[in-house]
Design a binder for this molecule. Structure first.
Ligand SMILES: C[S@@+](CC[C@H](N)C(=O)[O-])C[C@H]1O[C@@H](n2cnc3c(N)ncnc32)[C@H](O)[C@@H]1O
Length: 308
């Protein structure tokens, strides 16, 4: 079976992996299997953002003697991994850890041949309104990927100062002028604290109105809030250099981002590293066909780094 056939025959549950062909093609070019000459040396894979394991599943099928260590900070993802891939877990080919990838260290987990960070949230996180990420269904204002720790969106909305909220929406959400929305939040919360996603989404809708068809006025506000709740940019900029150090010589790391600020961080860290060099000078984005079939892929950007 050709590689393309193999990839298109895979069945994914709940979450369609983004840019699957370029991710697998750059992390494990087809000629690698020929170069191995049937030599059974172990190929070690680290996945810091397992989700529903779409990329993991594809790589597992392409690479002989494949051993994986995978992290996810979401307990649902960890439970899913242990159930769906129980055979691999029992045989020791898959080690699943409930952890933030900021907790990764090469001393503890060793060196890897291929590594992946597919940032942001998964489809099940967005789709389940009780997780609080969505402005379509009603749910508690939570937005934590790891529900066992940290401040919720509710705490941030109700307890941050006016200035802090403006910073979050401007710097992380990239909302040009969030002043009226923030003023309304600060006034309203004096009467009753914000508790649910729809309360917040409806307020934003009321203040901002719909400017672009199909683009909910709360989109950027929710994005900023989610990045703040999960401290996503801080984690990425602090941890990426550590993860790059864990690559074996000629090892490759792929990072998929969904936000321009994340992509800028990855681009600069890859460009300025003396450990190796970026594999693709130009960022890789989804082709039109993928963009049409999977909305999440529209904002995806892929960069790959190779260690000397
Ligand atoms: C876009 S999904 C990954 C999808 C996966 N590649 C697939 O094909 O199914 C992102 C996942 O990474 C997790 N995640 C995001 N940031 C994380 C972090 N800093 N540490 C650990 N997990 C993280 C989220 O909980 C989510 O499950």
């Amino acid at each position: 079976m050709s590689r393309d056939e193999l990839l298109s025959n895979l069945i994914f549950q709940d979450h369609i992996p983004v840019l699957l062909k370029p991710v697998t093609g750059l992390l494990w070019p087809e000629e690698n299997n020929i170069l191995l000459h049937g030599n059974s040396s172990e190929i070690r894979y680290f996945d810091g953002t397992f989700g529903r394991g779409g990329h993991y599943q594809a790589l597992k099928n392409l690479i002989p003697n494949f051993k994986a260590v995978v992290f996810d900070q979401d307990l649902d993802a960890v439970e899913f991994a242990k159930q769906k891939f129980s055979t691999e877990v029992q045989s020791g080919c898959l080690l699943v850890q409930h952890a933030n990838f900021s907790q990764f260290s090469s001393e503890k987990w060793g060196k890897f041949d291929i590594m992946l960070l597919d940032l942001g949230v998964s489809s099940p996180q967005l789709d389940q309104s009780h997780r609080g990420f969505s402005f379509y269904g009603d749910g508690p204002l939570d937005m934590r990927m790891n529900t066992t720790t940290g401040a919720t969106a509710e705490m941030i909305i109700n307890e941050s100062s006016e200035e802090e909220l403006i910073q979050i929406f401007q710097n992380l959400g990239e909302v040009r002028s969030p002043y009226r929305v923030v003023r309304a939040i600060v006034n309203d919360r004096k009467i009753a604290p914000y508790k649910t996603t729809l309360q917040l989404a409806q307020l934003i809708e009321r203040v901002e109105g719909w400017r672009k068809k199909g683009f909910h006025p709360a989109t950027l506000y929710f994005q900023g809030l989610r990045l703040a709740v999960n401290q996503e940019l801080e984690v990425l900029s602090q941890t990426l250099p550590e993860i790059m150090k864990a690559l074996n010589p000629k090892g490759r790391l792929a990072v998929l981002t969904f936000h321009s600020l994340e992509d800028r961080i990855v681009k600069n860290i890859f460009k300025n590293s003396d450990l190796g060099q970026p594999v693709n000078k130009k960022v890789i984005v989804a082709e039109r066909e993928e963009q049409l079939s999977n909305v999440r892929s529209r904002s995806a950007k892929l960069r790959v780094f190779e260690r000397h």
